[in-house]
Design a protein around this ligand. Structure first.
Ligand code: PEP
Ligand code: MN
Length: 361
């Protein structure tokens, strides 16, 4: 796959003067729920109606989707509202059924993108099919795996391609359900500027109050569109209730978003600046998280020292660390003076933490 191919051209078929909007419930639940959502979305900027028919759930015992009957409801939505439709496919059988039911766009879910066997099965089943296929990022932060899935489809002659950024799972707690790790889609954009990029703020945020800010951020980074879970009665949803919005709220969100024309010179500058700032924010976040973890370990050492009645300050160890870090810093183009200052500050903070532990009764 080359970065010069005109992979964005299929977006022009939609003739939009705004980013593309894909909206609809997390899961198809009943025909009435689907039609209710779709009729409310019909007069919004939504072009494509989404609904999950087969739901990949992390643990068994949750609602796993209505199955093929939902495809009939998607057909009805299309007939009655004129909206295009999309659903998630995870194996060759899903592809066959979805195509039989005239689904217009398919997406591959995050739990499928991680598995090259499944992606290859899908690529084979889709060979030569002329509808757009969108690939969600894998659950783990691995750009090569994400691009690998896109390449498997490309090698099956699928040319209407796009990617959906839905965030990455992590063991640490964060305000997001799936951490955005913006630097990954930014790197993807750098490598393949022509690959349509969508944001899925619903699965990144996991909370409906984060959707607007996530969409705005994506637009500031020049994304091509968004997929937003929208349900007539979100709190009663059978899956992902906390992150879904009502169609009215979706319309408000779309109205509040600021869309800038990427052709304008000043906007290019804002875009570029936003990308670089996002990278910096990611680094700062990592720096502080790692420092926090380091301090937790320092405290463990403090407790160990206390149990053996050993002094907090151990000069030989400290000088050894400092020397190692100054050498490493040199390789990273960081001056000895700067590295020394940073490590003196870290060391002082560590001593403070350990002394607190020593002095605890
Ligand atoms: C979904 O879109 O409802 C879904 C299951 O998403 P993901 O594959 O991103 O978890
Ligand atoms: Mn969902």
């Amino acid at each position: 796959m080359k970065n010069s191919q005109n992979l964005k051209s299929w977006l022009k078929d939609y003739n939009l003067n705004h980013p593309m909007v894909i909206a609809g419930p997390c899961s198809a639940e009943t025909e009435a729920q689907m039609l209710d959502a779709a009729f409310q979305l019909k007069d919004s900027d939504t072009s494509i109606f989404r609904a999950g028919i087969w739901k990949p759930r992390t643990r068994p015992g949750n609602f796993e989707g209505v199955g093929a009957i939902g495809l009939k409801w998607l057909q009805t939505v299309k007939q009655e509202t004129g909206l295009q439709t999309t659903t998630e496919v995870a194996n060759a059988n899903h592809v066959e059924l979805a195509l039989e039911h005239d689904v217009d766009v398919l997406w591959i879910g995050a739990r499928t993108t991680v598995n090259p066997f499944m992606v290859q099965e899908l690529a084979n089943a889709l060979a030569g099919v002329d509808i757009p296929v969108l690939v969600k990022n894998p659950v783990n932060p691995d750009l090569a795996l994400w691009l690998g899935a896109v390449e498997r489809l490309y090698n099956s002659n699928i040319r209407k391609l796009g990617v959906i950024h839905r965030g990455f799972s992590s063991y640490e707690k964060s305000k997001y359900r799936n951490k955005p790790e913006w630097q990954i889609p930014i790197e993807l954009q750098n490598q393949f500027p022509d690959l349509p990029l969508f944001v899925d703020p619903s699965h990144i945020g996991g909370r409906r109050d984060l959707i607007l800010e996530l969409c705005q951020k994506a637009l500031d980074l020049n994304y091509d569109g968004m997929m937003i879970e929208t349900h007539p009665t979100p709190d009663q949803a059978w899956s992902d209730a906390e992150q879904q919005v009502t169609p009215d709220r979706l319309k408000e969100i779309l109205k509040s978003l600021v869309v800038r024309d990427p052709q304008i010179e000043g906007v290019k500058y804002i875009n570029e600046l936003e990308k670089l700032r996002t990278k910096i924010d990611g680094f700062d976040d990592t720096l502080l998280r790692v420092l926090g973890e380091r301090m937790t370990t320092v405290e463990d050492i403090g407790r160990l020292k206390k149990s053996q009645n050993v002094a907090v300050l151990q000069n030989a160890r400290w000088h050894e660390i400092l020397k190692k870090m100054v050498d490493l810093g040199e390789k990273e183009n960081l001056s000895a003076e700067f590295v020394t200052k940073i490590f003196q500050a870290i060391h002082q903070e560590s001593i403070n933490h350990q002394e607190q532990i020593m002095n605890q009764k």
